[in-house]
Design a protein around this ligand. Structure first.
Ligand SMILES: Cc1cc2nc3c(=O)[nH]c(=O)nc-3n(C[C@H](O)[C@H](O)[C@H](O)COP(=O)(O)O)c2cc1C
Length: 259
């Protein structure tokens, strides 16, 4: 069942973090044209992390995708970006807005690092192709029953901030490529530095692209959580001297009480 796809679903978006899951089985029938048009509109309203990086998102059909062993979905978002500092984190931050919106609207979706679009799609943008997101009417339960069904690291393994359990729980539950959860949040509950784990040399060749996208996804979950707790957020990009070794600094989120 596809519910209305509209903006202003802040409450539902926060709630959906606690039950969303990747959907890999879809009903073959395409979504209504009207829903696809509304998705296109939403794609124009995504909030960037870095507002100087061009990004282009196309809705394509399953026929236009080389599946490489993955199941076909009726629709995909093909995401293209300019390659500038921070572009992958920016992309993760922006497209996680869509993943959560899909889930809140009754649409199944799954980030897809392995498949790639066919040549006609690749030629359709001036920007570089980065990743796909599959979506459609789910043919499996859309939600988890409760958070015990998430396979995730414990909070102590993704942060050294001790007094922000509720704030950081949505970050802990964020999705990531091969569920590697390669993020670490350090600082204080009011000034939080978002970092990714530095992989070793060999692992880096395989997963570097995904680590930065994953971290952008987690940063978006933190923004949703902070707003739920009525904080205003300022995001800056100046590496703090206190960042522990072994981490790649990505961004600082300053949280202030809204009133
Ligand atoms: C950047 C990225 C790439 C992913 N690529 C794939 C993929 O190629 N195939 C797939 O089945 N799942 C893929 N996933 C989904 C992850 O496996 C999934 O998010 C993770 O295992 C956590 O499960 P959940 O999303 O159900 O909570 C990807 C996720 C992310 C964030």
């Amino acid at each position: 069942m596809v519910k209305s796809l509209t903006s202003g679903l802040e409450v539902a978006i926060y709630d959906v973090i606690f039950k969303r899951k990747s959907i890999r089985k879809y009903d073959n029938s395409p979504l209504d044209e009207d829903i696809l048009n509304r998705i296109s509109e939403e794609l124009n309203n995504l909030i960037p992390l870095h507002n100087d990086i061009k990004i282009d998102i196309k809705i394509i059909s399953g026929e236009d995708v080389k599946l490489r062993g993955m199941k076909q979905a009726p629709h995909y978002l093909a995401i293209f970006s300019e390659k500038k500092d921070g572009y992958l984190t920016n992309l993760g931050f922006m497209l996680q807005q869509v993943d959560l919106l899909f889930s809140a609207s009754g649409i199944g979706s799954c980030w897809q690092g392995i498949p790639s679009p066919k040549g006609n799609v690749l030629k359709s943008s001036d920007l570089d192709f980065i990743i796909l997101i599959a979506f459609g009417i789910p043919a499996e339960p859309l939600y988890r029953d409760d958070t015990s069904q998430f396979k995730r690291k414990s909070l102590e393994n993704i942060t050294d901030i001790v007094d922000a359990k509720e704030l950081l729980e949505p970050v802990r539950l964020a999705p990531s490529a091969i569920n590697s959860q390669p993020w670490f949040f350090t600082g204080t509950k009011d000034i939080i530095h978002a970092c990714s784990n530095k992989p070793n040399f060999l692992k880096a060749i395989l997963v570097n692209k995904y680590i930065s996208i994953d971290a952008g996804i987690a940063i978006y979950h933190l923004k949703v959580s902070a707003e739920h707790f009525k904080k205003t957020i300022t995001i800056t990009f100046n590496k703090d001297k206190t960042i522990p070794k072994g981490l790649n600094y990505l961004a600082t989120l300053k949280l202030d009480s809204a009133d």
